[in-house]
Design a protein around this ligand. Structure first.
Ligand code: GAP
Length: 513
C-alpha cells in the first residue's frame, strides 16, 4: 500500500513539475477537486480527445459528432431522472466530522479483502513456480473462496439495499463490517442520507424572473434531446451514433485521488441508437470495440478488466465498466451502458414532442433503444500519465525518470538541440524546427549539456530528440535518439519528417484496433 501511495504521489508531483496539471486557484490555496491543465497537459488532453474522436466519429460512417450547450432546459433533468435519482448515499463520522460516501466505504472494505486474495495468489505463485495455474488456484483454494464469498455477499447486499432505498440497512452493513473512519479509526457514524450531485445556477438578470438551472452532470442528455434533429438533418439510418465531448459537473462528496474524481470534468460519450430487441448484441459489440480502442495504445492488456454493475443506474438494463489499474488499484475508467428507451421515452413524455424513428424497412415507427459508451477524459489522462511514468535503472548504475507516453499522444513529438551554442549549429537546429513545426509540435533547447537535455525530454515524454553537431554542417545528417530505447541513429535531415510521422501518426495506432 505504501508503495502504491508513493507511486501516486510521484505521479501528482511529476504532473506539476513538468507542466501537466496544476491545482486550480493554487495561489488562493486551491479549490478542492478542481484542476487546471498546464501547457503540456492541455496538449496531452487534446491528443487523447482527438484519438477518441477519430476512432469514434471519423472512422465510423454511421457516427456523427455534435457539441451541445452546457446550459439546458431544467425540465431535461427532471425527465432524465437526475433531479430525483442522481444521488450518492452519504454518511458522517460524528467524531471526526468527516463526510464519506457510504457505498465507497463498503467498496474500499471489499478492495482490502481483494488485496488479501492477491497476496495469497502471489504466495502460491512463488511456491509452485512455473507449474502454477492461477485460475485453478482461485477456483479451489479454501481461503480465497472464503474471501471471494465475503466480497460477493457484501456487495450484493449493498446493491439490494441501495436499490430498495433501504439506507438503514446500508448503515447496518457498515456497522456489522466494523468499518471505521479511515482517518481516525472512529466507528461513531450518523444515519445514511441521500445527497443530490447536481450543481444549481441561475439564468436571467432579475431576481424574480431568473430561472433555476443545473450545470449538466453528463453530456449524454444533450445528445438525447437532439436525437431527431441530427437524425433528420443527417438523414441517419438506424443503427447510428451521436458522439460528443464536453464538460460535466458533479458535486462529488469524496473528492480525492487527484483528477480521478473531480467536480468539473470532461466526458467523451457516444449514444448508439438501435432497434429495440438488438440491445444485447450491440452491448457485446461496444464492450469489445471499446476495449480494443484502449488496447491499441499498448498500455498492457493485464491493466484492464471488465466489471459488471451490481447496482444498475435508473436508466439501464445492463452495464459494465472497463476498469484500469491506476496507482491505487483497479477502478472504473469507462462505462458501457444499455440505456433502453428510458431517456427518449421520458423526453417525449415531458416535452410532449414525438421522438420516434420511422424505419423504412419495417414500415413502422418506434422509439429506438440506446447503447452508450462513456469515458472520462480526465480519468483517461490519469490512466495514460500514471502508466507512462517509470523509473529505470540504467546499465551505468544511474536511474532515469521517463514518461513513456504512447507517442501518438505525447504533447511534444521531437526536441531539437544544437550540440553547442556556437559555430552555426543553433541556426541549423532552428531551421529544422521551422520545417518540422508544420507537421508536429516540436521544441528547441540549447541549455545545459546534451545528456541533461535528453533527461529533461525523457521526463517530459518526448519520443524523439534530434541533435545537430559539427558533422551536420558537412553532410546534412543529424543524430536522432529514441526515448524508450535510448538508441541513436544517424539520419538525413530530409528524412526526419517521415521517421517521426511513422511513429506518431494516428493511422498506425488506430490500425491496431
Ligand atoms: N452518461 C453516463 C455517465 O455519465 P458515469 O458512469 O456516471 O456515466 C461516465 O460516468 C464516466 O465519466 C466514468 O466512467 C468516468 O470515467 C467519468 N467520470 C464520472 N464522474 C467523474 C468525476 N467526478 N471525475 C472525473 N471523471 C468522472
Amino acid at each position: 500500500m505504501a508503495n502504491q501511495d508513493d507511486q501516486f504521489k510521484k505521479v501528482i508531483s511529476h504532473a506539476k513539475e513538468y507542466g501537466y496539471v496544476f491545482q486550480s486557484s493554487e495561489i488562493y490555496d486551491g479549490l478542492s477537486a478542481v484542476y487546471d491543465y498546464a501547457q503540456n497537459g492541455a496538449e496531452l488532453k487534446k491528443n487523447i480527445r482527438d484519438y477518441w474522436w477519430k476512432a469514434m466519429v471519423q472512422m465510423n460512417d454511421n457516427i456523427v459528432g455534435i457539441d451541445s450547450a452546457i446550459f439546458m432546459h431544467p425540465t431535461i433533468w427532471k425527465a432524465s431522472g437526475h433531479v430525483d435519482a442522481f444521488n450518492d448515499p452519504l454518511i458522517d463520522n460524528k467524531d471526526s466530522k468527516k463526510r464519506y460516501r457510504a457505498d465507497v466505504l463498503i467498496e474500499d472494505y471489499c478492495a482490502k479483502i481483494e488485496a488479501k486474495i492477491d497476496k495469497e495468489v502471489a504466495k502460491a505463485a512463488k511456491r509452485f513456480g512455473d507449474a502454477f495455474d492461477k485460475d485453478e488456484f482461485v477456483a479451489t483454494n479454501g481461503r480465497v473462496l472464503g474471501y471471494q464469498e465475503k466480497i460477493n455477499t457484501t456487495l450484493s447486499r449493498m446493491a439490494k439495499s441501495l436499490e430498495n432505498e433501504d439506507l438503514a440497512d446500508v448503515k447496518a452493513l457498515i456497522e456489522e463490517l466494523e468499518i471505521a473512519d479511515p482517518l481516525t479509526g472512529s466507528k461513531n457514524w450518523t444515519e445514511v442520507k441521500q445527497f443530490n450531485l447536481m450543481f444549481g445556477t441561475k439564468l436571467g438578470s432579475s431576481a424574480d424572473t431568473a430561472m433555476d438551472l443545473y450545470l449538466r452532470p453528463e453530456t449524454a442528455q444533450g445528445i438525447f434531446v437532439n436525437f431527431l434533429n441530427v437524425q433528420k438533418s443527417g438523414r441517419m439510418k438506424i443503427p447510428f451514433g451521436i458522439a460528443q465531448t464536453g464538460k460535466a459537473f458533479r458535486n462529488e462528496i469524496v473528492a480525492r485521488q487527484f483528477i480521478f474524481r473531480m467536480r468539473e470534468f470532461e466526458q467523451m460519450e457516444m449514444q448508439f441508437f438501435i432497434k429495440p430487441g438488438t440491445q444485447k448484441e450491440w452491448y457485446e459489440y461496444w464492450k469489445e470495440a471499446r476495449l480494443k480502442w484502449h488496447l491499441s495504445l499498448g498500455m498492457g492488456e493485464e491493466n484492464y478488466r471488465f466489471h459488471d454493475h451490481e447496482k444498475l443506474a435508473h436508466y439501464a438494463d445492463a452495464a459494465a465498466d472497463i476498469e484500469f489499474k491506476f496507482p491505487f488499484g483497479f477502478k472504473e475508467l469507462e462505462g458501457i451502458h444499455s440505456r433502453t428507451d428510458f431517456d427518449l421515452k421520458a423526453h417525449e413524455e415531458y416535452s410532449g414532442k414525438k421522438l420516434q424513428y420511422f424505419d423504412h424497412e419495417e414500415k413502422a415507427s418506434y422509439t429506438p433503444y440506446v447503447l452508450e459508451t462513456s469515458i472520462g477524459l480526465d480519468r483517461m489522462f490519469l490512466a495514460v500519465f500514471s502508466n507512462a511514468l517509470q523509473e529505470e535503472e540504467l546499465e551505468n548504475g544511474t536511474t532515469r525518470t521517463v514518461l513513456k507516453l504512447p507517442s501518438v499522444l505525447a504533447p511534444v513529438k521531437a526536441a531539437i538541440f544544437p550540440l553547442v551554442k556556437k559555430d552555426g549549429l543553433p541556426e541549423v537546429a532552428k531551421q529544422i524546427v521551422e520545417d518540422l513545426k508544420w507537421d508536429f509540435n516540436v521544441f528547441y533547447d540549447e541549455k545545459d549539456a546534451v545528456g541533461k537535455r535528453y533527461r529533461r525530454q525523457d521526463a517530459n515524454g518526448t519520443p524523439f530528440c534530434i541533435t545537430v553537431d559539427h558533422d551536420t554542417l558537412e553532410d546534412n545528417t543529424v543524430t536522432i535518439r529514441h526515448r524508450d530505447t535510448m538508441e541513436q541513429q544517424r539520419v538525413k535531415i530530409e528524412d526526419l519528417r517521415q521517421i517521426i510521422k511513422q511513429e506518431v501518426d494516428v493511422r498506425f495506432w488506430l490500425m491496431k484496433m
